[in-house]
Write a protein that binds this ligand. Structure first.
Ligand SMILES: C[S@@+](CC[C@H](N)C(=O)[O-])C[C@H]1O[C@@H](n2cnc3c(N)ncnc32)[C@H](O)[C@@H]1O
Length: 276
């Protein structure tokens, strides 16, 4: 099969995506939030405007673990990591929920070399096994229940070769919201013509962070809502264990800095448990 094929059947994707009943406090919580809409056409169009700057380090880390074997990115987005990883000579596939993000990937140079399977990373399958499956940029938090997060670990396990690695890179929950804090407003940009605010509320019962990025300009107001379920490294390790995986290594970043109490993020490497 030609590797140039990008299998993105967007037609029914939005209809089949679940809508979440968010249990936030008060009457104005994000009822009926639909995760698929967080990465719609407008977000996809500007997603690559401000890269994180860790792409080179991430690719070096991931390509070393892949050791020439094929790799699968859960939530491959616009190819921020998948494309430079593929440029090192690896075959990289993706699974992605948003057709708009996948379309951006496909339109980039080399995008036709990446096969993207449309769907939810907690259930979609490519039908292949990989030496490396990875899920970066806090995206494990985009699954909004513990069950779906566990299913994501199980889906990673299903896609791994026996000696393969599942790499998850995400923030520490307390780096986003202090334990004693229920909400915040953060001024992201304060300009003459543009003010951008990050407005968020956290519910420690559901572990859901309901967040809206609000941009105010003379032309009007733009809302970009997103909901994340924050989980600690310890919870992730338990989810991994349920999925038949175990923690091999944990670092504070892609440069392999030691993970400690001050770390604001972590890169965790899991492997399949040996079969008994
Ligand atoms: C922060 S972006 C990260 C994209 C890419 N991995 C990167 O590092 O730039 C999050 C991506 O996850 C996708 N996504 C969110 N929930 C998903 C799910 N359940 N299954 C597959 N993709 C999902 C979004 O559509 C979006 O492309």
């Amino acid at each position: 099969m030609a590797v140039s094929q990008v299998r993105f059947l967007a037609t029914n994707l939005f209809q089949s995506t679940r809508v979440w009943k968010i249990g936030g406090k008060g009457n104005n919580s994000m009822q009926d939030f639909n995760p698929a809409t967080s990465f719609g056409p407008a977000v996809a169009a500007r997603y690559d405007d401000n890269l994180r700057g860790d792409e080179q380090a991430a690719v070096a880390f991931l390509s070393e673990l892949a050791r020439g074997r094929r790799a699968l990115e859960f939530a491959s987005g616009t190819g921020r990591i998948a494309l430079p990883l593929a440029a090192t000579g690896l075959q990289v596939d993706g699974i992605e929920l948003s057709p708009h993000m996948a379309e951006r990937l496909r339109a980039k140079p080399g995008g036709d070399q990446i096969t993207v399977t449309p769907g939810d990373m907690s259930s979609a399958t490519t039908g292949q096994r990989y030496g490396l499956v990875y899920l970066v940029y806090n995206t494990i938090f985009n699954l909004l229940t513990a069950d779906d997060q566990i299913r994501c670990f199980e889906n990673a396990a299903r896609h791994l070769t026996p000696d393969g690695f599942f790499v998850v890179e995400t923030a520490m929950p307390q780096a986003w919201i202090a334990p004693s804090q229920a909400d915040y407003v953060h001024a992201e940009e304060v300009g003459l013509q543009t003010v951008s605010l990050d407005v968020a509320r956290y519910d420690p019962v559901t572990q859901l962070l309901e967040e809206n990025h609000i941009t105010l300009t003379p032309e009007g107001i733009t809302l970009s809502p997103i909901v994340c379920r924050l989980i600690s490294p310890g919870e992730m390790d338990l989810m991994a264990r349920i999925a038949g995986l175990h923690l091999i290594d944990r670092f504070a970043n892609w440069q392999r800095t030691t993970f400690d109490a001050d770390s604001r993020a972590h890169v965790s490497v899991y492997g399949l448990n040996p079969t008994r």
